[in-house]
Design a protein around this ligand. Structure first.
Ligand code: CUA
Length: 372
């Protein structure tokens, strides 16, 4: 792609779509500048030309001019449509992750960013990614609205309580780039940020192997499912199966008792854990208790990852949304690069603050969460 330094004061263009955003921005800036200058020049010109030369003079009456009216309609129309098409193109690119993404889970909280890689490594306020790979962040927050913003990648996305949002990018050059929170979220909002480290694949693999990995999200989810929360009692098949079958459910259309059909995606799984009575699968009784208040956002992310894995999703890898099946080659390819380190199952602290010594102790949930 382009060199970054063609505009002074601008952050580097470090992602595949950074130049698209810049071109659109400067195109709009250029159009606005030309139109703005044109208007000012016309005002001054008419000031002078039509200044009062004699007292009480009246101007000639003009009734319409097809040529003039067509011109001043068509030219702005062309400008508006080019901005629209350019904006739609960039928007489409940024909101549709490609099929072969490496998924990283993000949980925001006042006032830090927590990242977890599919192979189990956890980071706080730092994110290490390999260059030239499609990275997809699946994000939520434990408390209030936050917003992931990486200026060098020209991308940002709100992180919303009670919901998963996603953001993807492909970093094109190794380096260290600022990461910000771009949504006012309280006292230390301005300090809620960090760095994204884009590394060559080899360096990234070294980094991964040099970092203690806890349980992978899939393993942590399995542990919760089978031991800590006891989901397996009803969902594990066999004679005691009273809950919906979860194997193979991810990405399919699920029929509900009320006749509706929903897609079993991340959001659906999350809702079913927190509000099980909301969307009962056809053929089952509404007997599942809610787990609201009993599971943290990080545990939820792990449970979602585990339930996905029951449908053949490799946990750290997902397809671009639930409509596209993950291709065999993608999974193998990614497994080679992110799964080189055997995860350590003996560290059961998947829900703690990871290994960050600066992490504050677990705080109680803000009260406004209970009202939701
Ligand atoms: Cu988090 Cu501002």
């Amino acid at each position: 792609m382009q060199e970054n330094s063609w505009v002074p004061l601008f952050p580097e263009q470090a992602s595949t779509f950074a130049w698209q955003v810049d071109i659109l921005y400067f195109y709009m800036l250029a159009v606005s500048t030309v139109v703005g200058i044109g208007i000012v020049v016309a005002i001054i010109f008419f000031f002078v030309k039509y200044r009062e030369k004699e007292k009480y003079a009246t101007g000639a009456e003009i009734h319409g001019s097809i040529g003039l009216e067509t011109t001043w309609s068509i030219i702005p129309f062309i400008f508006a449509m080019t901005v629209f098409v350019g904006g739609a193109y960039v928007f489409y690119n940024q909101t549709r992750p490609p099929a072969d993404t490496t998924e990283i889970y993000v949980v925001g909280k006042q006032w830090m960013w927590k990242f977890q890689h599919g192979s189990g490594q956890r980071e706080i306020n730092e994110l290490h990614v390999p260059v030239g790979r499609n990275i997809k962040l699946t994000m939520t927050t434990e408390d209030v609205l936050h917003d992931v913003y990486i200026p060098a990648f020209r991308t940002k996305m709100d992180v919303i309580p009670g919901r998963y949002t996603t953001l993807w990018f492909n970093a094109i050059k190794p380096g260290k780039y600022h990461l910000y929170c771009a949504e006012y979220c309280g006292l230390n909002h301005s300090g809620m940020g960090g760095w994204v480290y884009v590394m060559e694949q080899r360096d990234f693999d070294n980094w991964l192997s040099g970092n203690v990995s806890g349980q992978t999200p899939v393993q942590a989810g399995q542990d919760l499912f089978q031991n800590k929360l006891g989901c397996a009692t009803c969902h594990q098949g066999g004679q005691n199966q009273r809950g919906a079958k979860l194997e193979g459910i991810y990405g399919t259309d699920v029929k509900l008792t009320n006749g509706q059909t929903v897609k079993a995606d991340d959001e659906y799984i999350r809702n079913s854990i927190l509000n099980p009575g909301g969307q009962i699968v056809e053929g089952y009784q509404p007997i599942m208790p809610t787990f609201k208040g009993q599971v943290t956002e990080e545990q939820l992310v792990s449970l979602v990852a585990y339930i996905k894995s029951l449908s053949g999703n490799a946990g750290n890898q997902t397809s671009a949304g639930s409509t596209t099946p993950t291709s065999e080659s993608t999974m193998t390819n990614n497994a080679n690069t992110t799964g080189t380190i055997p995860p350590r199952a003996d560290r059961g602290d998947s829900n703690s603050q990871g290994s960050n010594p600066n992490a504050p102790p677990n705080r109680s949930e803000p009260t406004n969460r209970q009202e939701r």
